[in-house]
Every structure is written in structure tokens, then in C-alpha cells.
Design a protein around this ligand. Structure first.
Ligand SMILES: [Zn+2]
Length: 178
């Protein structure tokens, strides 16, 4: 199933229900010793395969000049989703929990921008986001960050989100439907 080269790991990700075959490339994770490529793959398997389709690459890129032609815009960023190239870049890994949250948060942006139908996106932005409680302070920045944070908490099966009933139900019944 895996084709491994020195710096790159290509995952063929098959989903039992949808028979989706997803080719994802992992790059650069050998530069650190906190998580293994298998942990990345196990984390991805917690998500519906449909959420991963369209994603091209997940990279660990602690040196902003290393791989990508454009500089990291904000040095405090720990992750980024590049919508045009369908890449997720992880800039910082401290622990398994932090990595998984960052990974799911960035995939949440991918899902929000490329999978959630416009009507549902509008519902999130105009009905759930305004004047709501937020799962983290970061989530209050804008509807997309709120969605990404809620997505990460839901995917990690953490309790925090279940107190925010409307957002929890949105994730359960309208996003994680597989
Ligand atoms: Zn974000």
C-alpha cells in the first residue's frame, strides 16, 4: 500500500464505504522525532476519506525556505492550508496531541472551502458563528477559523465541543456524515 522514498511517503488511502482512492504525499516528517509517518496515517484514518479527496500533500516544513516558493507569511503560524495547491503545511510539532489538532484544523479548512455546500457554509457563517460561544478563543476570529477549530475538536472526539450543541450537531449531522 505504501510507496516510500527517502523524503516522501505516498499513501494510497482506500475507503471501505465510498471506494474512494486517495493519493496523499507526506513530505519532510523525517526531519523530526516526535511523531512517525504512521501516526500521521493513523490520524488521517480517523476522518472520512471523502474529506481527504482533493488534498495533494501534507508536509512538515520547519524551514520556510526549504520546499515552497513563497515565504511563510506569519512566523507564528503552526500550520497552513494552501487552497490553490491543495497542500497542508505543518511548521511546528511539539507533541502528538498538538500535531493532531493542527492537522485536523488545517483539514477543516480544506473541508470548509472545498466540500461544504454553499448553503451550509452560509448557515455556518450567518447563523452559527455570529454571537456564539467558541470552542477556543482562536475560533472567534472568523467563520472559517471557527469551523476549523470545531472540526478538529469533533475529529479528536474531545468533549469540549459537545457543550456547544448547535455546532456539535452541525459537525455530526452535516459534516461527518459518512
Ligand atoms: Zn486556521
Amino acid at each position: 500500500m505504501y510507496r516510500i522514498t527517502e523524503r516522501t511517503k505516498t499513501i494510497v488511502f482506500k475507503d471501505k464505504n465510498s471506494h474512494l482512492s486517495i493519493n496523499l504525499v507526506l513530505v519532510g516528517f523525517a526531519q523530526q522525532g516526535i511523531i512517525t509517518a504512521d501516526f500521521v496515517i493513523d490520524s488521517l484514518r480517523l476522518l472520512p476519506a471523502a474529506h481527504l479527496s482533493g488534498l495533494k500533500e501534507i508536509s512538515f516544513n520547519p524551514d520556510d525556505s526549504a520546499i515552497y516558493p513563497y515565504p511563510v507569511r506569519d512566523r507564528n503560524r503552526i500550520g497552513e492550508f494552501a487552497q490553490d495547491s491543495r497542500q497542508i503545511m505543518i511548521y511546528k510539532i511539539d507533541s502528538h496531541g498538538q500535531f493532531q489538532h493542527t492537522l485536523f484544523h488545517e483539514i477543516g479548512h480544506h473541508v470548509y472551502h472545498t466540500k461544504v455546500p454553499p448553503m451550509l457554509k452560509k448557515e455556518w457563517a450567518t447563523q452559527l458563528f455570529p454571537k456564539s460561544q467558541f470552542v477556543t478563543q482562536y475560533a472567534s476570529i472568523n467563520p472559517s477559523e471557527d469551523f476549523a477549530e470545531c472540526y478538529a475538536f469533533y475529529a479528536k472526539r474531545e468533549q469540549n465541543l459537545s457543550k456547544l450543541v448547535a455546532k456539535y450537531r452541525f459537525m455530526k449531522y452535516k459534516v461527518f456524515t459518512q
